[in-house]
Write a protein that binds this ligand. Sequence first.
Ligand SMILES: NC(=O)c1ccc[n+]([C@@H]2O[C@H](COP(=O)([O-])OP(=O)(O)OC[C@H]3O[C@@H](n4cnc5c(N)ncnc54)[C@H](O)[C@@H]3O)[C@@H](O)[C@H]2O)c1
Length: 365
Amino acid sequence: MSTILVRTPVITGLGELFTTHGLSKKTVVLFDEHTRKLYGESLLQTLHDEGFQCKELVVPAREASKSFSVAYRIYGSMIEADVDRSWNLLAVGGGVIGDLGGFIAASYFRGIPVIQLPTTLLAMTDSAIGGKVAINHPLGKNLIGFFHLPELILIDPSYLKTLPQREIYSGMAEVVKYGFIADEPFFNFLDLHFSDITSLKEPFLTEAIKKSAFIKADVVEKDFRETDGLRATLNFGHTFAHGLEKLAEYRYLRHGEAVTIGMVCALFLSYNLGYLDQQSLERGLSLLKRFRFPKGVVKRRFVAIDSELLLENMLSDKKKLDKKLRFVLLKKLGEAFLLEESVDESIVLKSIDDGRRFFSGKEAC
Ligand SMILES: NC(=O)c1ccc[n+]([C@@H]2O[C@H](COP(=O)([O-])OP(=O)(O)OC[C@H]3O[C@@H](n4cnc5c(N)ncnc54)[C@H](O)[C@@H]3O)[C@@H](O)[C@H]2O)c1
């Protein structure tokens, strides 16, 4: 499994760390244009001081960079720089850079090691961990990819100081998800310290990141290829979220925002199907109520959308199995399961409507 380090600063002593982990000091450093500007100089200087040979590459800071054409261009730059199998790749950024960098590392010269240096809350707690790496295809998101575990995941919470608040909330959705699916005491901790974490207060921020990263790593270790339903529980709220993201053209809604809305609908679905009691539903909703979205986003991207249309778009999600939607539900706060049998569409539609009322300020319970 990958080694996860959480500390500030995380980049000092990288030379020795790489050597201990059998990694060479020949490294392709992949940034997006924002992470290059914010952290590039100091990181490259540190690597230089530690005796690294680096090839720096920068891609535009947008989801569209997770594409074959961008990957193809990067392969070309690496070939021209004589990068061979003795090199490795350090991905410095959010989920876009982690996924693209991991995809390139998994495929270049039949695979070189990847090291993740996540700089968004979402990447620190979710996308950098677990080895799922992918690019998008015009017919769907994350469809072309590999399982390629990072050798190292280097997490420094202080990078979040420059992250816009919208991105903090987006990452917080995945953090809260772990409380819902795996750990009731963690849920209680998040309930108590929600605003401490979103305002980056220590030690709460680091505690939340560590706990999330280790819950994800533990799930991945037990079910790496998502074969027995355990890893699938990480998709709590995601069946709804993928439909919402698709409708928002993967541009107007952040992934975590879609997951927040999706978790509201999934809580209602768990309750409507009789798995979750009312008290737990209300506790879950009261935590999700604290998420903030830019003005008008939830209205335009969820409340105003027809439930049938959302359901149709959820059905086109790649995680469908034989056209059957798969839902992760809660039995209680801190315990999730993948429902194997199909759910009556009318109950899914009712749960979406309940979610819509929740966001309109009129809770359905
Ligand atoms: N592989 C997985 O398991 C997995 C899991 C969840 C999501 N994802 C993928 O992750 C992607 C979303 O990741 P994301 O939310 O991190 O988005 P992102 O990578 O687009 O980053 C969001 C924005 O923040 C900027 N940024 C990054 N770090 C910064 C910092 N420290 N300060 C200021 N700005 C910074 C980026 O340049 C970008 O503009 C999606 O493509 C999604 O499919 C993958």
